[in-house]
Design a protein around this ligand. Structure first.
Ligand code: GLA
Length: 729
């Protein structure tokens, strides 16, 4: 049993295969956190120090005992008002606007299986794979109940957390904060890694030592954002890819979020992650409850690689759902970088025909197929097919493409409206506009108020009419601006925090309805590339367009950063033209192909325009990827270089779980005269086994590949690549 209650010691212990989390009910019902680390047995509270700390207040019921203070002891779910002066996880105001609460332990239950969260993404598991701990905290004065939920997947060293807050009294309460997780560890010799970025350069790792000043992370954009991913790492200073303790904490949430990591004055580090609490003010009426987004924690004593591999397994088997979870994803061609919005039905068919001839499996029609959508300024929200532009109905186009033996996919951006659209003219109050204030425009579009059910209903039925009506196989679900001017006409829903929370639930509801109506549909998430690449989206969209940046050399860094939390099979990656449309960089097709194969793989160009030799190369790439697809879907991923700091070459590896097959790829980047030797050491192989490279027939022992490595040959000119498809003999 992974969850143990010791009535004598008053400890609640969660064991996974290799880790332990423990909390203890102290005198006065204060819930302290006693341990999170490699697996340990027994009562870990022996390490807590009860000292009289000046200026750290004591709970009233501790009497004259000045050694008990929530400010100086690690807390399980610290709240504002308990005497803990650090940043806390929870805060609430009463009907008079007075802030301050006092949450105490009121009971717990150990339940079979993993809890779920209605209408929200959550890790799922079979009953034999998981257990749930529910700890109830109560504030008597406020008649407020907080249920802390812990889901335990022992095999993956994964613990999930959330908090469900219920107003059990008769007066309205206002939530100021309700974080999803708090991790208090009594040590500060740690580093934190955040994944920051921007449009076209997402998820760049930045590692800094934990310091007394808190590091704040988060998004105030209404989405998880390009700018900071809702995933962070806390690790030992000496943690490397291969060794040391590394904790990955992510949020299954696609809206604004906030987190903080910092050291306190008494030698402890606190990590908080949850919903964005700035302007949160979530009104909780009598009987109403609020569910915090789920946080997921994976701890590894085998360094960053161990952490990432466990996260990837959880994502692949316990977050991604539906028929596409275990299925090989179609190799697609998308017309965006080939035509932008300037296409005809004939042009699309010619792209599709050539793609099919070279082995592509799905054609995706991007932006511009509806309303008067020929540029950024018009038509968003008008989900009627532009038959004049296509020269036929969508059903006919879909049939023509599907008759070629291709699947057919469409781009949508359901949350948006252009002011120049019939939808906006009909329903101006559906968009986020603050009365009297000219709205902030971005890409000349406004957001629809997805916190309102009738808005979601209407957009869903318009879009689903096309999807269900035309037999669409795939959707690229886009979202191309940050949220602003949040204002809803719904009575009683005015707090911006509540609107934004409901907005995200509306987006989830929209996707769930599409999946319910079209169970075979594959949805690829997108937000100007990877602006909403998070664990929450992956519950609905098994893959996400990683970045609008398709330059393979830039992609090395983007995909590298993304790999810390997310598996290769979640990363949309396409081959596009050279010189690259955005950066102008010239790269060989071989490099573009190999980099896209570290993702879902596809093309985003007009293959008709390639010289014949490159068309043949595309044909060969597709055959190669088909042979690697199962491996990239299921294998263990290894980062062999640091793609941010190792400028000369980047390398990575994917190894099958049984170590019988591996793909090792290196790409050279900077070139110098008189270059140093560049060895790339493999990882994860069976040292005793002999592996043969499928293409060349060369063979090495696993030990040789791992300890001596392969040597990148001396080269001239930038950007060469080699893929070794290694098969155990
Ligand atoms: C976003 C996406 C692109 C493309 C355009 C269409 O930028 O990330 O891939 O779909 O929108 O407008």
């Amino acid at each position: 049993m992974p969850i143990l209650y010791d009535a004598g010691a008053q400890t609640l212990t969660i064991h996974t295969l290799r880790t332990t989390w423990q909390m203890k009910v102290m005198h006065h019902g204060i819930l302290v956190h006693t341990y999170y680390g490699p697996r340990c047995e027994g009562d870990m509270s022996y390490a807590l120090q009860y000292l009289d700390r000046g200026f750290s207040g004591n709970p009233f019921d501790a009497g004259m005992d000045r050694t008990v203070s929530c400010d100086a002891l690690p807390q399980e779910y610290p709240c504002e008002g308990s005497g803990d002066y650090r940043r806390t996880a929870f805060g609430v105001r009463d009907a008079q606007g007075v802030s301050g609460c006092d949450l105490r332990y009121a009971g717990h239950r150990i339940l079979p299986g993993k809890y779920s969260l209605p209408g929200m993404p959550a890790v799922y598991a079979d009953d034999e794979e998981a257990q749930t701990l529910e700890v109830t905290l109560r504030d008597e004065r406020l008649s407020l109940e907080v249920k802390l939920l812990y889901g335990v997947l022992p095999a993956h060293d994964c613990i999930t957390r959330t908090a469900v807050v219920t107003n059990r009294g008769g007066a309205v309460l206002t939530l100021e904060n309700a974080a999803s997780t708090c991790v208090d560890v009594v040590r500060t010799d740690l580093d934190r890694i955040v994944f920051h970025g921007k449009h076209t350069m997402e998820r760049q790792p930045e590692r800094t030592p934990v310091s007394h000043g808190e590091l704040l992370l988060g998004s105030r954009r209404g989405t998880s954002s390009h700018h900071m991913n809702p995933f962070t790492v806390l690790c030992e200073h000496e943690a490397t890819e291969q060794s040391g303790l590394a904790l990955g904490v992510g949020l299954l949430w696609s809206g604004s979020f906030s987190g903080s990591i910092g050291a306190d004055t008494y030698g402890a580090t606190r990590l908080l992650l949850g919903i964005q609490n700035e302007r949160f003010n979530y009104e909780l009426r009598p009987g109403e409850c609020f569910t915090a987004p789920e946080a997921l924690m994976v701890l590894s004593a085998e360094g960053l690689t161990g952490m990432s591999q466990r996260l990837h397994d959880v994502v692949r088997k316990h977050i991604v759902r539906g028929p596409w979870r275990d299925a090989e994803r179609p190799i697609l061609i998308n017309n965006w970088e080939a035509t932008y919005m300037n296409f005809t039905g004939e042009k699309l068919l010619s792209i599709a025909r050539r793609a099919k001839e070279l082995g592509v499996e799905m054609m995706v029609l991007d932006d511009g197929w509806f309303g008067r959508r020929n540029d950024d300024h018009d038509g968003l929200g008008d989900w009627t097919v532009n038959e004049a532009k296509l020269g036929c109905s969508m059903k006919e186009l879909a049939k023509k493409i599907q008759d070629m033996g291709l699947r057919f996919g469409l781009w949508i951006e359901p949350e948006m409206v252009n002011m120049a659209s019939d939808l906006y003219r009909e329903h101006p109050d559906w968009a986020y506009v603050i009365p009297g204030k000219p709205p902030v425009r971005s890409r000349d579009q406004l957001l629809l108020d997805f916190s309102r059910e009738e808005v979601v209903d209407s957009i869903y039925s318009r879009i689903n009419a096309v999807i269900s009506g035309c037999g669409i196989d795939y959707i690229k679900m886009d979202m191309n601006r940050s949220v602003h001017d949040v204002y809803t006409v719904t009575r009683g829903l005015q707090s911006q925090g509540k609107v934004l929370y409901r907005y995200v639930l509306g987006v989830y509801d929209f996707m769930q309805r599409l999946l319910d109506a079209n169970p075979e549909l594959l949805i690829e998430g997108c937000s100007g590339g990877g602006g909403r690449f998070d664990l929450g989206m992956l519950y609905y969209t098994p893959q996400i367009w990683t970045s609008d940046n398709t330059d393979p050399i830039e992609r090395l860094r983007i995909q590298y950063g993304t790999s810390f939390c997310y598996p290769v099979c979640a990363m949309g990656a396409h081959v596009s033209v050279s010189p690259n449309e955005a950066t102008g960089r010239v790269t060989p097709l071989s490099v573009r192909g190999a980099v896209a194969m570290a993702g879902t793989f596809g093309y985003e160009l007009d293959l008709n325009l390639l010289p014949d030799a490159e068309k043949e190369e595309v044909r060969r790439q597709i055959v190669t990827f088909r042979g690697l697809r199962r491996l990239t879907l299921e294998g263990d991923y290894y980062r062999l270089t640091d793609c941010v700091t190792d400028r000369d070459a980047s390398a990575w590896m994917i190894v099958s779980k049984d170590r019988s097959e591996a793909l090792l790829t290196w790409v050279t980047r900077d070139v110098h005269d008189n270059m140093a030797v560049l060895p790339i050491r493999a990882r994860g192989l069976d040292p005793e086994a002999v592996y043969e490279d499928e293409a060349t027939g060369e063979s090495w022992t696993g030990a040789a590949l791992m300890y001596q490595g392969v040597i990148i040959p001396r080269h001239r000119g930038e950007y060469s690549v080699r893929q070794y498809h290694l098969l155990r003999r």
